[in-house]
Design a protein around this ligand. Structure first.
Ligand code: FBP
Length: 565
């Protein structure tokens, strides 16, 4: 090899430091078809929106109308649909921000917004989420700026945070930003809590002439609205990444023949992620939190299920397996749910914030009745302290920090020894969460998010407010729609008080996806019929697939999607 070649290689390798790896360069070229109403002569065209007859209303609509008088009146809680238009708005100024945990495809949302705004309108990026909006930390995004981030994972172009904009002072700071940058619209890319926040800001800003539009993001998959929002973006990428890793572990188990892997998967309260990964990989045991709650299974009954699977597989000569555990499972086990509820009320107390962790554990223990006290003190210290950690800014218990996989290992180990002391049981624990949030988006997430960006941008420049952008009809070309945010909001108890929030979509036990899982799981528990789906495919025929749960629940005939031509 000559020195010249070595230099050339070193130069190439240094190029990778500026997001120019061969992979990153290649993914920027992935084609992004667009919904018919946004396409004109091979370029983009900004549609208008028409009111449909479809009304969206959650439980307690009267309370919601009182809490959101402006956007309830403006939207009438009716869904809008995109229609072609020859006249594109100009001179509009829009800002976009990411809120909450990252999800693959966020950069394509920004690219879609930037491109539909075109040269006649201005887009600002808000740095580091809602906090950046309050601080007025914005920069102008040029048309060519989005070329480099196209189809790349992560939220790093803008950054994100979890601040809730709630007080009158917070709102005044947002208004100051709106006035400083002369904004006509703000687009909030976020999950259920962030879209709830978007509704509050939309209502507050309505008299000030600035609209607010939400975009459904979260790997958790718990922001779904029937056929209107078949899934939040990021779910497909995250579950395909987890399925690859779980599939690899499943492939390892009958190879090494000695371990039981207890794998906790992110997803907050809902079990959509665990269900999807189970359908893709077929592990021996998958806990579904919603089923545990429905059947009112106690902690020991859940452990009994796992231990029985271990013992009966051992009887068939199989001393290995995989157990999938949804991140939020312990909140769904009735007796622990009651403990979590008590801890939420306790954490809302005045003297808690300043107390040390040891002090919190002691004070909380004393506040409980004897039954709950026995349960609490019987939990490992690592779980006790996590229950008493500060809540996030939206009042959520930080379930990702609770090592429930370790709890299940400890209890299963004891129970297996009681059932059959001769069974070999060597458990290992894993938690997959952060690994799946920022990978390069799957083709579905890339195309879906680019089109969500187009819809959100068009809504913002058309002066709409109080809607979440949506792409429906994902199997037949796609349709751009707007879903009224106030229609999604209901009352929920958090941090010791009643709060208006978008209802989380949990796994429904009568859904086709759960029913299919239920019909197959015994076979998966009996023997090794696992599937190892491999890495997500960005090119070729396998790249065109939606999540299995989504296809089943939509009643689709295949896993393929079709957005655009
Ligand atoms: P969002 O609801 O903001 O999309 O967050 C998703 C999530 O990944 C959850 O699955 C998880 O519980 C949480 O974020 C972890 O939060 P953090 O990034 O603050 O550790």
């Amino acid at each position: 090899m000559t020195m010249t070649n070595e230099k050339a290689l070193v130069d190439q390798l240094i190029l990778f430091e500026s997001h120019q790896s061969p992979f990153e360069c290649a993914i920027r070229g992935i084609e992004l078809p667009v919904i018919a109403e946004f396409e004109h002569d091979g370029g983009l065209s900004c549609p208008d929106f028409e009111i449909t007859n479809r009304v969206v209303e959650a439980d307690g609509a009267d309370l919601t109308r009182d809490a959101f008088p402006n956007i309830s009146r403006l939207t009438g809680n009716q869904v809008l649909t995109a229609v072609r238009s020859d006249v594109a708005p100009i001179g509009k100024r829009v800002a976009v921000l990411f809120s909450g945990g990252p999800a693959a495809g966020g950069h394509n949302v920004v690219a879609g917004i930037r491109r539909i705004l075109g040269a006649g309108n201005t887009l600002f990026g808000v740095k580091a989420g809602p906090l950046g909006l309050m601080k007025g930390d914005c920069f102008e995004i040029g048309l060519s700026d989005v070329d480099a981030i196209l189809n790349t994972g992560g939220f790093d172009f803008l950054g994100s945070d979890r601040t809730k904009i709630k007080t009158a002072d917070d709102m005044a700071r947002v208004l100051a930003t709106v006035q400083k940058f002369k904004l006509d619209g703000i687009i909030v890319v976020g999950g259920d809590d962030s879209n709830t926040n978007a509704a509050f800001i939309a209502d507050f800003l309505a008299p000030h002439g600035c609209g607010v539009i939400g975009v459904p993001k979260t790997i958790d998959g718990d922001l779904q609205v029937g056929d209107l929002v078949p899934i939040s973006f990021g779910f497909d990428t995250a579950t395909k990444i987890y399925s690859e890793i779980v599939g690899n572990i499943l492939q390892d188990t009958p190879s090494s023949r000695k371990y039981w892997h207890f794998i906790k998967l992110m997803g907050r309260s809902a079990s959509h992620v665990a269900l999807e990964v189970a359908l893709q990989t077929h592990p021996a045991v998958t806990l579904i939190s919603e089923e545990i709650a429905d059947k009112k299974l106690s902690l020991s009954q859940v452990v009994e299920q796992i231990a029985s699977a271990v013992v009966s597989r051992a009887a068939n000569g199989i001393n290995h397996g995989v157990v999938l555990i949804p991140e939020g499972v312990i909140e769904f086990i009735p007796e622990i749910k009651a403990l979590v509820r008590a801890s939420n009320e306790f954490m809302a107390g005045d003297d808690v914030a300043t107390a040390s962790m040891a002090g919190r554990v002691e004070m909380f223990g004393k506040s409980l009745n004897s039954e709950m006290k026995t349960l609490f003190t019987g939990l490992p210290e690592s779980i006790q302290t996590k229950l008493l950690m500060d809540r996030d800014s939206h009042g959520n218990l930080q379930v990702s920090q609770i090592p429930s996989e370790e709890l299940f290992i400890e209890l299963t180990e004891k129970r297996v020894a009681e059932l059959d002391p001769g069974v070999k049981f060597a458990p290992l624990n894993h938690f997959f969460g952060y690994e799946g949030r920022c990978g390069a988006p799957t083709r579905f997430d890339a195309v879906y998010t680019y089109n969500l960006g187009l819809v959100a941008g068009a809504l913002a420049v058309r002066g709409k407010s109080g809607y979440m952008a949506g792409v429906t009809a994902i199997g037949s070309g796609g349709k751009g729609i707007a879903i009224p945010l106030a229609g999604l909001i209901t009352t929920e108890r958090r941090s010791g008080g009643d709060h208006m929030v978008i209802k989380k979509a949990l796994v429904e036990l009568d859904s086709p996806a759960f029913k299919f899982f239920e019909s197959r799981r015994e076979a998966w528990a009996r023997s090794d019929v696992f599937s190892s789906p491999g890495p997500r495919q960005l090119w070729g025929p396998l790249g065109n697939q939606v999540p299995m749960t989504v296809a089943l629940n939509l009643g689709s005939e295949s896993l393929s999607f079709l957005i655009g031509k």
